[in-house]
Design a protein around this ligand. Structure first.
Ligand code: ATP
Length: 307
């Protein structure tokens, strides 16, 4: 039995008559990387902000390390480190200066120099924050979240806007946090990132938690190894998809149809045969391994990117 370190029960947040988070319940296990995945506006940031005490839930409760996030916020703050999308840094300070400043806010802190090294910022120690790249700023924001040696780190879309190399550097940093036994809760709208980084993923859509499992189990829940995506050259043309062999589920994305299958060859042969019989031409045919994106499409009828 996994030890739970965060427990969230029926959490609700409304803004006027709009419900941003609609009664979500989940647990985060000690030492795991827990991802909250969902499109823009799904309620990920609002959820995180309620957990770290920046927004008060309208209903429900959450506790972190045994402390209630509303009643015992002071204790919660001792054990969590937070990096938010909106973190504004003092642009004129150097990396070292801002870390010492943050360290002075706490009763105890970890040594600054090794922290700078772990975040791959040693050569930037004396550089002003305004001269750092996007990836370096993100790593500094994480360093600031770690300065008081918290057990649980919250990262809100840590890699949004970074180039592929900077993203990978950040992934390595997150793996190292896990190796050190920290629990990491992160939000992302990149399904590849969620798949690589997270032990378990909560998928959110329109304020609801629609699935929660390991990435492997989420993909396995489709019961289909492959996705065959296509459209017809003839606009509005349709086939009786029930009659195509091996199809477990059917999805759509813009004007493309997606067939989920575990009998790839039979499905392809049958698809081409049926299209031929009807004199239809297949276009933009793609075959790929099913991914978390497909889990989202299957559950919501929309793609993570367009949602
Ligand atoms: P993103 O990836 O864009 O940050 P998200 O999943 O984190 O998306 P939230 O930022 O939690 O989503 O927002 C959820 C919904 O609540 C959105 O529709 C947003 O417009 C709305 N919202 C967030 N903050 C407020 C606010 N202060 N007042 C009114 N509506 C808000």
């Amino acid at each position: 039995m996994e030890e739970s370190i965060i427990s969230v029960k029926d959490l609700v947040k409304t803004y006027g008559d709009f419900t941003a988070v609609n009664g979500i319940t989940f647990e985060v296990h000690k030492g795991e990387v827990f991802g909250v995945l969902g499109p823009n506006g799904a309620g990920k940031t609002t959820t995180l902000e309620m957990l770290v005490g920046l927004r008060k839930p309208d209903r429900g409760a959450a506790d972190i390390g045994g402390f209630d996030v509303v009643r015992d916020l002071k204790n919660v703050k001792e054990v969590i480190g937070v990096q938010l999308q909106s973190t504004t840094l003092f642009e004129l300070l150097t990396v070292e200066e801002i870390l010492h400043l943050y360290a002075s806010f706490y009763k105890k802190h970890i040594p600054i120099e090794p922290l700078i090294k772990d975040m791959l910022l040693t050569d930037k120690t004396n550089s002003r924050i305004k001269s750092l790249s996007g990836g370096q700023k993100q790593r500094l924001a994480i360093a600031l979240a770690l300065v008081h040696d918290p057990w649980i780190i919250f990262l809100d879309e840590p890699t949004t806007g970074l180039d592929p190399q900077a993203r990978r550097t950040l992934w390595d940093i997150i793996f190292k946090l896990k190796e050190k036994g920290k629990t990491v809760v992160l939000t992302t709208h990149y399904m590849d990132e969620a798949h690589v980084l997270c032990d378990r993923i909560a998928i959110m859509d329109q304020g609801n938690l629609i699935a929660l499992d390991t990435p492997e189990e989420l993909v396995r829940s489709l019961h289909s190894e492959n996705a065959v995506e296509f459209r017809f050259e003839e606009e509005g043309a349709e086939l009786d998809l029930d009659r195509i062999e091996g199809v477990k589920q059917v999805g759509s994305q813009k004007d493309a149809t997606i067939l989920y299958t575990d009998q790839l060859q039979a499905t392809l042969t049958s698809l081409i045969q049926r299209a031929d019989e009807r004199g239809l031409k297949l276009a933009d045919l793609q075959i790929r391994t099913a991914t978390l994106e497909d889990v989202f499409i299957h559950m919501t009828g929309r793609s993570l990117r367009e949602a």
